[in-house]
Design a protein around this ligand. Structure first.
Ligand code: F6R
Length: 249
């Protein structure tokens, strides 16, 4: 794992956008795996700026990690709407090349199979991840086992509580989601795990330096050959030794 620590989330976002640009320029049909939540916003802002400076994204396919069950794509808190507002409405990725799970599909099991088929047909070149305070990636929550395929998940109470900041009331937060499984994440050519803020410091230390354990889902990234962990100083604060030197992975 490579670890890159930036002064702030803005600078980190610029770095991740530069990594995405390399993929977009090198691949004939680049595929980006994307996340929602607060963490990737500086990356999306930097990618939008790169697009305004001339980066063409018309060949890009995107595959998002997850979506809440029960929210239509137009719901203000759906991840589809989040992606539209924070990225897609500002760049030239054709709508037909944008993929998110459908959280209101009438047959959710069939929806998981449909989504795995999309991932199979469009192998991901660069997967961008955030991390939950409990170590989840996508919505692969801590458990005795981690599921490899796209699946329906019951969100942990701490995930519901953490995501309540986007809703008027905690009772409005959906308790279930569809998430890409860990196999699709690990099959990406390159993975970038982003985390900002002091509240992520402890779980980042566990994920980066701890053993691989299913109750710390992000630790599974240690099994991948090309992972870059992109942090600000706060989220990296538990990775420094007593003399203030960044421990090496
Ligand atoms: C969202 C996702 C989640 C978030 C994680 C961190 O698509 O996959 O794993 O990345 O919950 O969320 P924030 O960035 O809001 O702290």
């Amino acid at each position: 794992m490579k670890i890159r620590v930036f002064d702030n989330a803005h600078d980190a976002g610029v770095y991740v956008a530069a990594l995405a640009e390399q993929v977009v320029e090198r691949q004939a049909k680049p595929v980006l795996g994307l996340a929602t939540g607060s963490t990737p916003i500086p990356f999306y802002q930097a990618l939008i700026r790169l697009h305004q400076c001339g980066l063409d994204l018309s060949n890009v396919t995107t595959i998002n990690l997850d979506e809440y069950i029960g929210l239509t794509p137009s719901h203000p808190q759906s991840y589809a709407r989040f992606m539209w507002e924070n990225l897609f409405s500002h760049v030239n990725i054709p709508e037909t090349q944008i993929h998110l799970p459908n959280g209101v599909a009438s047959d959710l099991e069939a929806e998981c199979i449909r989504y795995d088929e999309i991932i199979r047909k469009n192998p991901i070149h660069l997967q961008v991840l955030g991390i939950g305070v409990n170590g989840h990636i996508g919505f692969n929550e801590p458990d005795d086992t981690l599921l490899s395929r796209t699946h329906i998940v019951n969100l942990c109470p701490e995930t519901v509580a953490s995501n309540a900041r986007f809703f008027q009331h905690i009772d409005d937060v959906p308790k279930r989601a569809i998430t890409m499984g860990v196999q699709a994440i690990l099959q990406a050519d390159q993975i970038v795990l982003m985390a900002f803020g002091r509240e992520k410091a402890e779980i980042i230390a566990k994920a980066v330096f701890g053993e691989v354990r299913t109750d710390v889902p992000a630790s599974i990234l240690n099994l991948h050959k090309n992972v870059t962990v992109v942090l600000d100083k706060d989220s990296a604060s538990e990775l420094f030794d007593e003399s203030g030197v960044l421990r090496r992975k």
